[in-house]
Design a protein around this ligand. Sequence first.
Ligand SMILES: [Zn+2]
Length: 263
Amino acid sequence: MEVRGSSPLSPIFLANGVLKLKQGEKLDLKTQLGNLIQLQSIDSQIYLLKLEIERKPEEIKALEAAFEVKKQGLAQLEKNSLDLQKQKKDFELELASKEENVKKLQTQLYSLKTNKEYNAMLQQINDTKADASFTEDKIIKSFEQIDKIKIDIEEEKKKLMGEEKIFSEQKKKCDDRIKEINNVLATLESQRSQALSAVDPKILSQYERILKGREGLAIATVKENSCSGCHMLVSHQVINSIQMYDRLVTCGTCNRILYIENE
Ligand SMILES: [Zn+2]
């Protein structure tokens, strides 16, 4: 169908995703496809770099979280050390009270009237002494545990210093990569704006629409009768249409613009 009055270079968009030139139009589609392929190569790089940079904050967050978990190990050891010291103090108070009790019982011992009372008191003193000795053992054990945990804490601190160094290096690597990507992106964006000027505006608008909806890939080659974008079969009729270069042909499945390499 012919549309009167439109610019000689403006293609007509058909409902089935095929961009058709009007009869007699001189738009060199072969050259336009070449320009699009060049633009796509820049856009593919931009797409991947943007994807990479988008994931960086999450990567840094994961590094920070892993380091926090490692710090929690030391915090737990320090808490255990405080608990043990408090427990030891309690045992020491307990021992003092038992020793006090022994002394008190011993002073009462000689004021007793009968042998039976005396023996009973002696037994009570011996029981309290045995009990105190048991508490003394617990204090010795506490000392040993506190000494051991001190060594563990020192080791954990050294380990953590190493971990902190690794964490800082990894984080710096991430930050450096972000800077590097931003620099490359700036270069690519300027290359992109140059490449854009060679593409027909209507073809460009179709290309950019597909680019947004199709993970950064708007133009796909046909290889072994398949669309390299979605890997679905492309009919011979479609391949013939591509080779005629009188209209832009898109994939019936993924809607990407199709071309054939090395013709
Ligand atoms: Zn496809």
